[in-house]
Design a protein around this ligand. Structure first.
Ligand code: HEM
Length: 337
């Protein structure tokens, strides 16, 4: 087939997959901007894009694009090296007008891939993959800001991300105009213009990513995504929705009750209830009673699982440091004195 057997065909595939990836990266950058301006809206988008069939198809398409782009990149690089033979070792013979990034596209791609591996472990594995696996008693997979908190409170995260963004700048900057060239655009004046457009586009996107990483790091160190009351209420709501999905209408009444109670009350009472229910299970009299009444056993087990799902979130949030403002208010309940 022309797309895989000829060098021009292979370059064309690189260009098309590269263009789609540039659009994805730009869209992703806009999504991150929502996380900064409206964190609760960002979580709602994450919920919408969770593990639904349309999101899964989009993710599979994206993975296919990345894989095809990588395979063709390796094939083209090996093919070029073979064609140039020993010349590739002779630095003095490198054409002067060939940029540094064009010579190092494969290496830059490998750095981006390493960044992506870390990124997928920090986000995708805990969000979409977690939802697919359907593991109970986990943090709500749609709570994007909670995973931003987890990732960016680590000292090394912004460092790894900024290295990834710099590699992305060089890689996309070269890739942007060269994909037009690969598609047969040979007009020299236009190639120069496309180089400028590409440089602006990529620089704006990468600068936004760097600025976002800095804002996320500062906010994560202030524990904003954990202590913000609206976000906390949203996380509790998300656990409720997870439970309704897992346990069906049986859970609705309890979930509604929990949602209507203040955070400070449920976050204390539910972990206590789990402890009491576990203790009850160890009581031989109660265990015997449950064995003789399957309906009661079913209800008890559902309630315990449901409470345990909430407990994971409450335990996680209460294990995090409280914001300084709250500590000050508690230490001095009457600021007038
Ligand atoms: C500050 C920087 C970034 C943040 C905070 C961020 C955040 C996220 C989050 C929260 C998700 C999970 C979405 C979900 O599964 O529902 C995600 C997925 C992803 N991110 Fe990023 N991201 C950043 C930069 C990047 C960059 C620069 C790239 C590409 C080079 C990238 C590539 C991806 C990919 C491929 C996915 C998987 C998308 C899917 O499953 O469909 N991210 N990111």
């Amino acid at each position: 087939m022309w797309l895989s057997s000829s060098s021009v065909g292979r370059k064309f595939v690189m260009a098309i997959t590269g263009a789609a990836l540039v659009l994805f990266v730009t869209f992703h950058c806009l999504m991150n901007a929502v996380a900064i301006c409206w964190p609760a809206a960002y979580n709602s988008i994450c919920e919408f894009l969770g593990a639904n069939w349309y999101a899964l198809i989009a993710s599979a398409g994206l993975a296919a694009l990345i894989i095809i782009h990588i395979i063709y990149a390796v094939v083209l690089t090996l093919q070029n090296r073979k064609a140039r033979g020993n010349d590739r070792y002779s630095i003095s013979k490198r054409p002067k007008n060939v940029e540094w990034s064009s010579q190092n596209m494969l290496v830059l791609g490998i750095v981006i891939l390493a960044f992506l591996a870390v990124h997928m472990i920090q986000f995708w594995a805990k969000m979409q993959l977690q939802e697919i696996r359907g593991v109970e008693e986990a943090l709500p997979p749609a709570a994007g800001t909670l995973f931003i908190q987890e990732a960016f409170q680590l000292v090394w995260t912004p460092i790894v991300y900024i290295i990834g963004f710099i590699a992305l700048w060089f890689h996309m900057n070269h890739g942007f105009w060269s994909m037009f060239q690969s598609c047969g655009w040979t007009n020299t004046a236009w190639i120069e213009r496309l180089k400028k457009i590409g440089c602006w586009w990529v620089s704006i996107v990468v600068c936004c990513f760097i600025a976002q990483a800095i804002v996320f790091t500062v906010k994560a160190h202030q524990h904003y995504y954990i202590n913000n009351e609206d976000l906390r209420a949203q996380y509790v709501e998300m656990v409720g929705e997870m439970c309704m999905k897992d346990f069906g209408p049986d859970a609705a009444q309890i979930v509604n009750q929990i949602s209507s109670m203040p955070y400070s009350v449920v976050s204390e009472q539910i972990p206590q209830a789990v402890q009491q229910m576990n203790a009850q299970l160890e009581n031989p009299g109660f265990a015997g009673q449950m064995e003789s009444n399957p309906e009661m056993k079913k209800q008890f087990e559902t309630q315990l699982k449901l409470f345990k799902s909430y407990k994971v979130l409450f335990d996680y949030l209460s294990a995090q440091p409280v914001v300084e403002e709250v500590v000050e208010i508690e230490a001095n309940p009457n600021p007038a004195n």
